[in-house]
Write a protein that binds this ligand. Sequence first.
Ligand code: AVI
Length: 320
Amino acid sequence: MTTKTITYTSTFEEDVVKGLTAFPKSLSSKYFYDKKGDKLFQDIMAMPTYYLTNSEFEIISSQKEAISASFQAENGFDLIELGAGDGKKTKVLLKYLAEQNIDFSYLPIDISQNVLDGLKESVEKEIPGIDIQPQQGTYFEVLEDLASYNTRKKVIMVLGSNIGNLLHPKAIEFLENIQEGMNPNDLVFMGFDQKKNPQTILDAYNDKEGITAAFNKNVLHRINRELDANFDVDEFLHWEVYDPETGTAKSYLVSKKEQEVRINKLELDVNFKAWETIHTEISQKYDDAVVSWLADEAGLQIANQFTDSKGFYKNYLFKK
Ligand code: AVI
């Protein structure tokens, strides 16, 4: 018998093999975000049922004075934003800081140079004179460099409840990596979506228009395109569950029938039984006790918190 060894040319390939040959099957939500996935996520953020955007926008708009006051330092500060995106919410804060003549630099960090170029252009147009220094890279690369940004106070900002896509041990690791790059006066300003009526959460992740379904299924389109596979995407259902006890929302793709999928580039055949699942994403919802536990595990403390009028969402300020 001869066994063929395939050398994987990317972690995407490796993760697809691992995820689709495991039981139960899974694929990481980080692979949702190609060009089409980025656009679908923008569309999700614009849906009224995806309340996270409006809640965080309300917090920043209505409490910008108090938020800015907590960031300020004698020699000014560097506002480092991880996963900057289109900056819609951040711009409200940046505008306010600029209007108050507060001394700060804005360092948006994103994996996509495209996103950063667009952001720089729009920020400079809307806030003339702002000191913006985009940095391209993954969270991991940037966090490694964080300790070297040592000239003045750092405020590290992560909006959008992005931390919710990590299981608790990974979330602690992420917070710990940030903490390790912080000096005693540095701060973290981070959004955490809160536990609430389970129906509100299900509606946010299972819209009638099918935008979230398309976002979830995009990972299959991506495998088809990039790894020369033949997923019949219509033969998979988007399915969302929310456990109000743990606060974990989970997304699945469910095979509607028994089927075999060929992934040519990986020389892999994947068999699905009828109603077999691929777990694709978690979107964790929090309360104060859990956030305080995560912070504590990572060597951080909650210094302040800001919430919206419905209590749907919170931005916490952490210190070392
Ligand atoms: C980016 N992330 C925080 C979003 C979330 O809410 O988990 C991604 C998303 N998934 C489905 N809808 C939005």
